[in-house]
Design a protein around this ligand. Structure first.
Ligand code: XMP
Length: 520
């Protein structure tokens, strides 16, 4: 399914900056659709009428490394406004006849830029001051401006911090307006998209809801669609969107692996079957999973077993539904964008992530991926627009293999039960103390070690419970959350006093990297 081709947009050409997705999000937050395309993929001929302006992203390259990037110069002749950011600014200057060289003083971090003249790009950016704090990150800089370009603002080390050729509507900024450290950075984007590109607002969760429902209807017609529902944010939003679009032609399959959080299966059934009246097939496969996992302790083996069994069960039930033509999936926009590929430094796969994504390819079903142009925060807003509760929308991520990867060593029913309880107490306490939404992900894990304790006058020899709570932007990096002592003390007492099988609680204070978020 492709997005409505007539939807006007800002096109972001990605040269591999770690901030490219942020640029897209800033523009969408302002209410305008933006799309990211890799510099390797975009040719002059691909730029259709719906593109109203172009942003050239930053990137790790030097503009003279011509072999490492590609740029179709004819794009400059399209009569479209262009904003170059950092590397994008340098390449825009170079392609127009300017020069770029290594800076005498590399700039990383905050710098003050001073206004030299007015420009539509910086209207109200400086407010009443004559300087603004911006965030720089560059080793090269423009050393000679192209003909017809002029200086709009300078920093101590970058004379050409903001430049323009207003007749062509070409603008360049050496700093990063998309990062929050840049004061008032959003103004640069709103000036560019609204005053310079003259695009109108077209991107809100309300508009998306209507548009996506229409698109799903026209894609699937009267055919049946199946969807693997996990109860997580993405699959819940997909299910509810399809429910609104095609009602009873949607069949959701929810597999209880026995490795879910406490009461999760009851909540999913209550929400989706009873409240939202979705066709939900509930499969209790607890026994099958635990049998297959008996005596398995290798983390990768656990993931493979769970992933494969999940497919098998899903297929078994999907086959029972007649005339299914489509499979719905909660693929998101970041899954589609090939960012960071310029340097070839794509982070290698560290764990084999079991996702429903791509699973039942063998079934030859066509895919329905209504969220594939949305970022996670947009999916959440859409979910609220679709009447999903705040509780579902703000749930912490939960991995496909579930509690299995929070229980190093072999898995037993007894351990699962202990862990479910500990996790439940922890999450409940976070909610009661208003901490749940301040934390990106939190959970309890059960370590395969027993230690000595003393309870009453008795010596105990029981399991170690590990608590993890992290803050993060996207799960790629993370830091541990700093609890106050009374909270961490309260939860430790509660777990040890209420759960037979645990006599010690530890708190994980490692960040990612070097640790991962999950234990296995
Ligand atoms: P790690 O442990 O790699 O986790 O730092 C990053 C994020 O991904 C989640 N995660 C998974 N999600 N299947 C999933 O669907 C998996 O196998 C899996 N492993 C980790 C993890 O919970 C965290 O949010």
């Amino acid at each position: 399914m492709s997005l409505d081709k007539s939807l006007k947009k800002i096109l972001i050409i990605d040269f591999g900056s770690q901030f490219t997705q942020l640029i897209a999000r800033r523009i969408r937050e302002l209410g305008v659709f933006s799309e990211i395309v890799s510099h390797k993929k975009i040719k002059n001929k691909d730029i259709g009428k719906s593109v109203k302006g172009i942003i050239l992203s930053g990137g790790p390259l030097n503009v003279y490394d011509l072999k490492k990037y590609s740029f179709d110069k004819r794009i400059l002749k399209k009569n479209l406004p262009i904003l170059g950011i950092c590397f994008g600014h340098q390449i825009l200057s170079k392609l127009n006849g300017g020069r770029v060289k290594q800076s005498k003083h590399r700039e990383f971090g905050l710098a003050n830029i001073h206004k030299k003249k007015n420009s539509p790009l910086i209207k109200n950016f400086f407010k009443t001051k004559n300087f603004v704090k911006v965030w720089m990150s560059h080793a090269d800089q423009v050393s000679k401006l192209p003909k017809n370009f002029s200086v709009v603002a300078s920093s101590q080390n970058s004379k050409f911090a903001v430049v323009e050729d207003n007749s062509k509507k070409f603008f360049g900024v050496q700093f990063h307006p998309e990062v929050t450290h840049t004061e008032n950075g959003k103004k640069i984007f709103s000036n560019f998209i609204f005053s310079i590109c003259k695009i109108k607002k077209n991107w809100s969760s309300k508009a998306q809801k209507t548009r996506l429902i229409d698109e799903v209807r026209s894609q699937v017609g009267q055919n049946k669609v199946i969807c693997a529902l996990s109860g997580g944010v993405d699959s819940s939003v997909v299910a509810q969107l399809l429910n609104k679009a095609i009602g009873k032609n949607l069949y959701c399959i929810f597999v209880n692996t026995g490795l879910l959080r406490k009461n999760e299966e009851k909540q999913v059934v209550a929400t989706f079957k009873k409240r939202l009246k979705i066709n939900l097939i509930y499969v209790n496969a607890e026994k099958e999973f635990i049998t297959k996992l008996t005596n398995v302790s290798d983390p990768e083996k656990k993931r493979k077993i769970i992933g494969n069994l999940f497919i098998k069960i899903f297929e078994r039930y999907a086959k029972k539904i007649k005339n299914v033509k489509f499979l719905a999936q909660g693929t998101l926009y970041p899954d589609l964008i090939e960012s960071k590929s310029v340097t070839g430094s794509q982070t290698s796969k560290i764990k084999s992530h079991h996702n429903v994504g791509g699973l039942p390819k063998k079934m030859r079903l066509k895919l329905v991926e209504p969220l594939k142009f949305l970022f996670k925060d947009e999916v959440r807003k859409l979910g609220l627009e679709l009447n999903l509760s705040k509780e579902i929308i703000s749930r912490h991520p939960f991995p496909g293999p579930g509690l299995a990867i929070r229980m190093p060593g072999i898995i037993t029913k007894e351990k699962i039960n202990i862990l479910k309880e500990a996790d439940h107490y922890f999450i409940q306490a976070l909610r009661e103390h208003g901490l749940y939404n301040k934390i990106w992900q939190a959970y309890a894990a059960l370590l395969p070690v027993k230690t000595v304790g003393v309870m009453g006058d008795n010596r105990t020899y029981e399991y170690l419970c590990l608590l993890r709570a992290i803050t993060s932007e996207d799960g790629m990096t993370a830091d541990f959350y700093e609890f106050k002592k009374p909270f961490i003390q309260e939860i430790s007492n509660k777990i040890v006093n209420s759960i037979r099988g645990i006599n010690r609680v530890v708190y994980d204070i490692t960040s990612k990297p070097p640790s991962t978020i999950e234990l296995e």
